[in-house]
Structure formats: C-alpha cells, structure tokens
Design a protein around this ligand. Structure first.
Ligand code: AMP
Length: 279
C-alpha cells in the first residue's frame, strides 16, 4: 500500500498505471471504522485498484469546534487500510488542496442542498461539492463509493456528476451498523459511556417510524418521533423528516410509485449524529 500526501505524487502514480486499469475511489475524513472498510472492500471487488483519501475537509464544517474536535487517528487508519485491499492512500494537508484560499465554490444542486442537512449546516454541501470534485480531478476514478449513512450527500454528488458531466460512476453502499443498531460513525468515539449505551435509541426510533408509516401519514409519524424525543434525557432531536429519495422534499401524500426515506439528526450533547432508513 502506497501513501502519498502530495497531489503531484499521487497523480504521477495514477498516470503510471497501465492503460485500462480501473480505479475505485473511496473519499473519507479518516477516523476509519468498519463502515469505511466495507466501502473499500466493495471498491476492490469492482476495480483493479483502490484509492482511499483521508482528508478532514475544512470547508464542509459549519462549526469551528466540530472541525477542531473531529477525531484524527491517522496511524490507526493506515494500519486498518493495510489490513484491507487498499492500494493507494492520499493524505493531503488543507494547504495542498486549497493553497492559501480555504474556500468553497458555490454549487447549484437543483434545491437538494436546501433540504435537511442543508437547512442546519450552512455551506456544508458547497464544501462537499468543492472537495469531491477536486478529488475526482486528482484521482480520476472510474467509480467512487459513498455510504448511504450520508444519503443526502450521495444524491448531491450524483447531481454534481450529472450537471458537470463528470466521467465517474457513483456507487451507493449500505449503512454499516454496530451490533446494537447504532450507525457507525467517526463521531461515535466522542460519545460518553452513557450516551453510547443509549444511542441505539436513534435507530430503534427509525425502525418504529418505518412501521408507523405503514398505517399513518408522514405528518403523524413526524409528530410521533418528535414526541419520542421530547423528554429524552440525553438526546435532542434536530430534525426528523420523511422525504422523497430523489427530490429529498418532505412527503405530503404517499404515492406508491415513489421511494421514501426517513432522515434524522440528533444531538448528544455537542455531538451530532445522523441516520436514515428506507421506508
Ligand atoms: P466520512 O469519513 O464520515 O466522511 O465518511 C466517508 C464515507 O464513508 C462516506 O461516503 C460515508 O457515507 C461513508 N460512511 C461513513 N459511515 C458509514 C457507515 N456506517 N456505513 C457505510 N458507509 C459509511
């Protein structure tokens, strides 16, 4: 496994590959867990070589404390990746990516960016679009792998690829969960013991919401979930929404030809956790 911090070095390596070598790419912010590794395995099954990037992208953070406290475990990450079939790791610094101008471009994602995460994390998706497009330019992957844990992000990236005509196929991968149901996340290691023990409540509520959606309308299910969190001693609900998977607009009346998903964001103290479920 080769590790490069410089754009020029990773590009030279990629350009030296035999023509026709297919490249699977897994962009991450590090603090890797089995969820990330499942993306690497899928990428390796479907491509000749796998490139993983580890870069905590400053422009997608709307909160300076969240950026400062984002877990950084590079040595552990590299040894985890060595245990997989990863071929190349790209670990640039912010200066390498942005030079002296740590700023996002402005994107139009046809309104996908104004829903859910976009309402609560200002500028987040401009930051995501900026870094993902830049990494695609550098790595030139045939396929790029993203987790459904960040479902809105996948739809946004698909939109960017479509609108900018980028030559890459976006592959969505299922959410990896702990045994107790909590969606794996780099942020989970920041939870207190008490928060961690209670955190499966989030997925449990999503599963119950899915069952409720069988007989109730979306508004009733939203009210039910809000009520479940109302008096929770550890978790504050930021949003719960049932939305169309493609437009990400909140569902009003159910239509059997459409696919819906429930999305949730919860604060455990200062730690923000997100999850979603297909309905
Ligand atoms: P991150 O490092 O959090 O930016 O995540 C990098 C990639 O891994 C993104 O495409 C995430 O959606 C994906 N990912 C993170 N957590 C999980 C998970 N629990 N299951 C599947 N994919 C995940």
């Amino acid at each position: 496994m080769l590790v490069f911090a410089k754009i020029i070095s990773v590009q030279q390596k990629i350009e030296s590959l035999k023509s026709g070598t297919s490249i699977g790419f897994v962009p991450t912010m590090g603090a890797l867990h089995e969820g990330h590794l499942s993306l690497v395995e899928k990428a390796k099954n479907e491509n000749d070589i796998v490139v993983v990037s580890i870069f905590v992208n400053p422009t997608q953070f709307d909160n300076a404390d969240d950026l400062k406290n984002y877990p950084k475990t590079i040595d552990k990450d590299l040894s985890l990746l060595k245990s997989t079939n990863c071929d190349i790791v790209f670990t640039p610094t912010p200066e390498e990516i942005y030079a002296n101008n740590i700023q996002s471009q402005s994107f139009d994602f046809d309104g996908l960016e104004f829903q859910m995460e976009g309402k609560f994390r200002e500028g987040h998706f401009n930051g995501v679009g900026t870094i993902v497009e830049r990494l695609f330019e550098i790595v030139k992957p045939n396929k790029a792998y993203f987790g459904e844990k960040d479902f809105q992000q996948i739809q946004i990236i698909r939109k960017m690829v479509e609108k900018r005509n980028l030559p890459v196929k976006i592959i969505a991968c299922p959410i990896h969960r702990e045994k107790d149901g909590l969606a794996m996340s780099s942020r989970n290691i920041r939870l207190t013991k008490e928060q961690r023990v209670s955190a499966p409540f989030i997925y449990k509520t999503l599963k119950q919401a899915k069952a409720e959606f069988g007989t109730k309308n979306a508004l009733e299910v939203v009210k039910w979930v809000e009520n479940e969190f109302k008096n929770h001693p550890l978790f504050n609900l930021e949003y719960f929404e049932i939305a169309d998977e493609y437009t990400l607009l909140p569902v009003e009346t159910k239509n059997s030809t459409k696919k819906y998903r429930a999305f949730i964001a919860v604060f455990a103290g200062k730690i923000r956790l997100i999850d979603n479920i297909s309905l």
